[in-house]
Design a binder for this molecule. Structure first.
Ligand code: FPP
Length: 239
C-alpha cells in the first residue's frame, strides 16, 4: 500500500440497529460496539496510523433515554479500566476532545487518569470525541478569539486559518485524511467540521458491531487508491 492516512476518524454507527436485527436490547449492541473499538484500535496501531479519532458521544446524544446514556458512560469507564494496560503497553497516547465538564465525574476521573498516564507515550494518538459537537467547537473558538481581540491580544487583521486552529479543541490534531462512517448513513453529524475540510469520506453499510479488522484494512486500501488533488489537476500532482 503506497498511501497511508495519517489521521483516521470514525463515526461508529449502527449499534442499535445491530441489536434490533438480533431481537436484542440496544445495550447489547453498545457492548458489542465497545469490543469492536478494542479490535479496531489494535488494527490501527498495527497499520501504523498516527492518529485515530473516535466519535464516542456527541452533544446530541444527551437526548437519548437516561438508561442508555448511563450504560454508554459505564461502558466507557469499564473499557478504559479494562484496556488501560493494553493502551499503555502499546505506547498509545489517549486524548479527548469535547466538553468534559458536563460528563459524570467517574467518566472524567477515569479519562483524565488515562490521559495523564499516557501523555508521554509516543505511538498512536487515540482521541475520544466525548460530549463533542463540531459547531460548538467552532463557536467556542470564535468566543476565545473575540475575547483576545477585545483585549488587544490579537489584531482582527491577523486572524487567519492558524488562529482558528489554535483555538479549536482539536488544535493538537492534524487534518483528517480519512473519515469512516459505518451503518449506511452518509452524513457528517457535526463531527470534526473544521478538520474534515479535505478528508476522504468512506461510507460502509456494515453496522459498527460487525465492523472487523479486515473492514478497516479494506477502508485503508480504498483510501490508498484515491487521488487527493487539493484543488490541483492530476497532471500537476505528477510533476
Ligand atoms: C452509534 O450507534 C454509537 C454511539 C452512539 C456511541 C458509540 C459507542 C460505542 C461504540 C461503545 C463504547 C465506546 C467506547 C469508546 C468504548 P447507535 O446507537 O446510534 O446505533 P443506531 O443508529 O443503529 O441506533
Amino acid at each position: 500500500m503506497n498511501k497511508k492516512p495519517k489521521h483516521v476518524a470514525i463515526i461508529m454507527d449502527g449499534n442499535g440497529r445491530w441489536a434490533k436485527k438480533q431481537g436484542k436490547n440496544r445495550f447489547i449492541g453498545h457492548q458489542k460496539g465497545a469490543k469492536v473499538v478494542k479490535d479496531i484500535v489494535e488494527e490501527a496501531t498495527k497499520n501504523e496510523i498516527n492518529f485515530l479519532t473516535l466519535f464516542a458521544f456527541s452533544t446530541d446524544n444527551w437526548s437519548r433515554p437516561k438508561d442508555e446514556i448511563n450504560l454508554l458512560m459505564k461502558l466507557l469507564v469499564g473499557s478504559l479500566k479494562k484496556e488501560f494496560n493494553r493502551i499503555f503497553d502499546n505506547n498509545i497516547r489517549l486524548c479527548s476532545v469535547g466538553n468534559l465538564n458536563t460528563l459524570p465525574d467517574i467518566v472524567k476521573e477515569e479519562l483524565l487518569f488515562v490521559i495523564e498516564k499516557t501523555k508521554t507515550n509516543t505511538g498512536m494518538v487515540l482521541t475520544l470525541a466525548l460530549n463533542y459537537g463540531g459547531k460548538e467547537e467552532i463557536i467556542d473558538a470564535i468566543k476565545a478569539i473575540s475575547n483576545k481581540v477585545k483585549n488587544s491580544i490579537i489584531s482582527p487583521e491577523k486572524v487567519d486559518e492558524s488562529t482558528i486552529i489554535e483555538h479549536l479543541y482539536t488544535r493538537n490534531l492534524p487534518p483528517v485524511d480519512l473519515l469512516i462512517r459505518t451503518s449506511g448513513e452518509e452524513r457528517i453529524s457535526n463531527f470534526l467540521l473544521w478538520h474534515i475540510a479535505y478528508a476522504e469520506l468512506y461510507f460502509t453499510k456494515t453496522l459498527w458491531p460487525d465492523f472487523k479488522k479486515k473492514d478497516l484494512r479494506e477502508a485503508l486500501l480504498n483510501y490508498s487508491k484515491r487521488e487527493r488533488r487539493f484543488g490541483k489537476t492530476s497532471e500537476q500532482l505528477i510533476t
